[in-house]
Design a protein around this ligand. Structure first.
Ligand SMILES: O=C(O)CCC(=O)C(=O)O
Length: 289
């Protein structure tokens, strides 16, 4: 599924899209589960461990911005990331040892799905080395009209930008003024539903408000080489190892010469990237209503 050319492109650009990794039946089943989860938000009036809600959410009209940690919420999402097609691709990009760092399902609904401001994932979870990437599973056909994720090629080998706000706290976004030329070079991750993007943990990316009449749901899995250890520490070693996707537990982290900024002091608003970024005064894409 992944050619040598794809691997070379990933190493050069820090981003690739692999078409049609999942078949239509699997995508259909995932959409059914997502619709069920969104309907379940009618029971909820505030963000909780499962739901991050759109600012305009009401119980009468449930509007979900994100399902947090979907691999813990429904077995199907855990199966997908452990499936052979995904493991084969990951092994070529960052393997052989692999550990799931986390997952999230960004539900960018038609007409109001929230933007995500420009950032590098690396600023949120620095590790001892940067053999880490995020998989973006396209659950909808995605093109320029419905808010694709935008990634700037080559930024995965550049600096880690400041993601702190004027109050000195981590705020999860970069002042757009200082990355204007990188924003201008960004490319959209587009494709048919079932395709997957793979972007390096240091790659600069963001995405606009969805103003189209089609949803743009994106299931993200963050995966690290198993010898990349989080600099913020490991609280529960058994839980840490339960997220291994391939290879044995590792107690000898690999240390690489990588630029690091710690996400400290922590954001004033925690819970999701959307909340964290609200702590900033700057915005490139504008706020959702
Ligand atoms: O949903 C998107 O387009 C961007 C996702 C992202 O960068 C994130 O949630 O960290």
């Amino acid at each position: 599924m992944l050619s040598e050319q794809d691997v070379a492109t990933y190493r050069r650009d820090g981003v690739i899209v692999v078409p049609d990794v999942l078949d239509a039946a699997t995508v259909g089943e995932m959409r059914r589960v997502v619709a069920e989860l969104v309907a379940g938000a009618a029971q909820v009036s505030e963000h909780n461990d499962v739901y991050d809600l759109e600012p305009s959410h009401t119980q009468a009209m449930p509007r979900v911005r994100r399902i947090k940690a979907p691999h813990k919420v429904h077995g199907l999402f855990d199966e997908i990331v452990r499936g052979q097609p995904v493991i084969d691709i990951l092994t070529k990009l960052i393997g052989p040892g692999l550990r799931l760092h986390g997952s999230k399902l960004n539900i960018k609904a038609a007409q109001y799905g929230s933007p995500v401001e420009w950032h590098q994932d690396w600023a949120f979870y620095p590790h001892t080395n940067d053999d880490i990437l995020a998989i973006g599973v396209l659950l909808d056909d995605t093109d320029l009209s419905n808010g694709p994720m935008l990634v700037t090629p080559g930024t995965h080998t550049g600096p880690v930008w400041n993601h702190h706000g004027e109050d000195g706290r981590f705020c999860g976004l970069i002042d757009p003024e200082i990355i204007r030329s990188e924003i201008d070079r960004a490319i959209p991750c587009m494709g048919t539903a079932g395709s997957m993007s793979f972007h390096h943990v240091r790659a600069l990316h963001g995405s606009a408000l969805n103003t189209s009449n089609r949803s743009r749901n994106l299931l993200l899995y963050e995966v690290a080489a198993s010898d990349a250890w989080p600099l913020m520490g490991v609280k529960d070693f058994d839980e840490f190892n339960s997220r291994l996707l391939a290879g044995p537990p590792v107690v000898t982290p690999r240390l690489a010469d990588v630029p690091v900024r710690m996400p400290l002091p922590p954001a004033s608003r925690l819970g999701s990237i959307y909340e964290t970024q609200l702590g900033a005064t700057k915005s490139y894409f504008g706020r959702a209503a």
